[in-house]
Each structure stands twice: as C-alpha cells, then as structure tokens.
Design a protein around this ligand. Structure first.
Ligand SMILES: [Fe+2]
Ligand SMILES: [Fe+2]
Length: 163
C-alpha cells in the first residue's frame, strides 16, 4: 500500500494541502517503521499524527465555518471519530506492540486518510473555491499564517522526536 500525497489530492487551499502532505508524510514514516520492525518508533509517530490531525481538523473546520459549508456537521463527526480512534490506538500501543497490530494500524490510518480526503475533503474543496467569499477568506493573512506556522511547529517537533 502506497501512502503518498499527489497533486490530484489538492483541495485548492494551500494550507490544507500542506497539512494533508504532512499527515501523509507521517503515515509513510509509520509504514517505514513497521517494515523495518522498529517498534520503538511507532508510539511517537502515532502521537505526532494525533497532534497534527487535531490541528489540521481544527483548521479545516474553521475554513468550513467561515464559508458556511452545509456539510460541516457531518464532517466534524468524521474528524471526531478518527481522533477518538487514534486515542484508542495510543492507549493500546502503551501496552505492547505486536507486528499484527502495527500492520492493522498502518493500514487503518492509510485507508482512513485516503478515503476521507477523496470522499469528504475534496468535495469540500470543490465547493469552497466556487463560493463568492472564498478569495476574501483565502487572503486573510492572520489565520493562514497562524495555522501554517502551527502545523510547521508540530511537524518540527514530531520529526525531531521520532529520529
Ligand atoms: Fe476533513
Ligand atoms: Fe483534511
């Protein structure tokens, strides 16, 4: 299974695309750790994924709220469900990591990300760019800079911690 962000996955909003790339990057690292049998690295990578996913979901939902996206409520439920699953996985990893658990985990995360991006984030992006207020929202420097800086800070911490 390949975990790689490609340009056909662009939602048309650079800060969200950047965060999606980071999430894919971390999931790829998890695959690498699994393939290398590096069990010690897995909990740290999952914790980073959890942190980055929460920051990304908050940013994406702010976009949806600002543009008054009618699908926001359902989308938020999907995010909350994934976040709860990640918390469960983290608790399970605190005990003992079996190879079968690592494989299931990597498959689950990769599948969820692909399906959610294609099935929920892309439709939002297609809708968003057609909204009259899209350009004004996209040009708001304070929100885009803050969320991008925050995602970068998380990524920097994650990549340092997992090395
Ligand atoms: Fe989403
Ligand atoms: Fe997303």
């Amino acid at each position: 299974m390949t975990i790689e962000w490609t340009s056909d996955l662009s939602v048309g909003i650079p800060e969200l695309d950047l965060q999606h790339q980071q999430l894919y990057g971390l999931t790829g690292r998890l695959h690498d750790a699994m393939r290398a049998g590096d069990r010690a690295a897995v909990p740290g990578i999952v914790a980073c994924l959890h942190e980055l996913a929460e920051a990304h979901f908050a940013c994406e939902e702010r976009w949806m709220a600002d543009l008054r996206y009618p699908g926001l409520r359902d989308h938020r439920v999907a995010h909350e469900s994934f976040t709860a699953d990640l918390a469960c996985i983290e608790r399970a990893l605190a005990d003992r990591i079996r190879p079968s658990v690592m494989i299931d985990l990597a498959h689950f995360l990769g599948r969820w990300m692909r399906e959610h991006l294609r099935g929920a984030d892309l439709p939002f992006g297609r809708w968003a760019v057609l909204q009259p207020c899209f350009a004004r929202r996209a040009a708001r420097p304070e929100s885009t800079r803050a969320s991008t800086a925050s995602a970068f800070a998380i990524r920097a911490r994650c990549f340092t911690a997992s090395k």
